[in-house]
Design a binder for this molecule. Structure first.
Ligand SMILES: O=C(CO)COP(=O)(O)O
Length: 253
């Protein structure tokens, strides 16, 4: 079912004490989450159990990992599997964040395997896509994002796309303070929905939550989230400040 989602991506930030303060701070805000909305907190691996424990009785709050490996278990020193994540009750995994693609060389094929292993182990992928600045300047962003989606997701069956979340994150807007305009976000997100519509039909396309990410802040979230094909946001920097993220949650449609 399509939901409006405010997702926090803490990235590689926070000591244990900062993580505790951030989650406790959010809990203290006492925000009630109505049924068709969700708040997802993607924390570094060491804090997953803590986040899960603290948020377990909070309706609408879900915990996400920021990455996973392509295999269920075995000799892959340093990696974390979806079997492990599922066993501690994690709900979502961010797959294909541009930082994973750029810094760690994850390509569309590997990301398709990560999506598969998430679905096999009952974890919902938050699949990230988005173009670099050069592609935006060449005005080929629609083709670029379509290729990311086609090569990583088009092998899936329709039923596997129920509860699927996509995050459009233009790389030039991540951590730069430069957001896409709400119009640019809407145009791309309508395009993404249309890609799913052409392959899987209107009902599936309409059921996918498509988030926008890239310099979402308390003061611009409402305008971006208001757009019809924007179902909330994937928030980096602003999710590390309780008051900012609380306002972003309250900006969901
Ligand atoms: O990458 C992002 C979320 O995944 C966006 O980061 P910022 O909100 O810091 O731009």
């Amino acid at each position: 079912m399509r939901k409006q989602i405010a997702a926090a991506n803490w990235k590689m930030n926070c000591t244990l004490q900062q993580a505790i303060d951030l989650i406790d701070g959010l809990i203290k805000e006492n925000i009630s989450i109505i049924p068709d909305r969700e708040v997802v907190i993607a924390v570094p691996f060491p804090y997953l159990i803590l986040a899960k424990e603290k948020l377990k009785n909070r309706n609408g709050f879900k915990v996400a990992a920021q990455n996973c490996y392509t295999q269920s278990s075995g000799a892959f020193t340093g990696e974390v599997s979806t079997v492990m994540l599922n066993s501690i009750g994690i709900d979502y995994v961010i797959i294909g964040h541009s930082e994973r693609r750029e810094i760690f060389g994850e390509d569309n094929k590997m990301l398709s395997q990560k999506v598969d292993i998430c679905l096999t182990n009952n974890l919902k992928p938050i699949f990230c896509c988005g173009e670099p600045l050069q592609i935006r300047e060449n005005e080929t962003q629609n083709e670029y994002v379509e290729k990311q989606i086609r090569e990583s997701l088009f092998h899936l069956e329709s039923a596997q796309l129920e509860n699927f979340v996509v995050a459009y994150e233009p790389i030039w807007a991540i951590g730069t303070g430069k957001t896409a305009s709400s119009q640019q976000a809407q145009e791309m997100q309508a395009h993404i929905r249309n890609i799913f519509k052409e392959k899987y039909g209107g009902a599936i396309a309409a059921s996918i939550s498509i988030l926008y990410g890239g310099s979402v802040k308390a003061n611009n979230a409402k305008e971006i989230f208001e757009k019809p094909d924007v179902d909330g946001g994937l928030v980096g920097g602003a999710s590390l400040v309780v008051a900012e993220f609380a306002t972003i949650i309250k900006s969901l449609k």
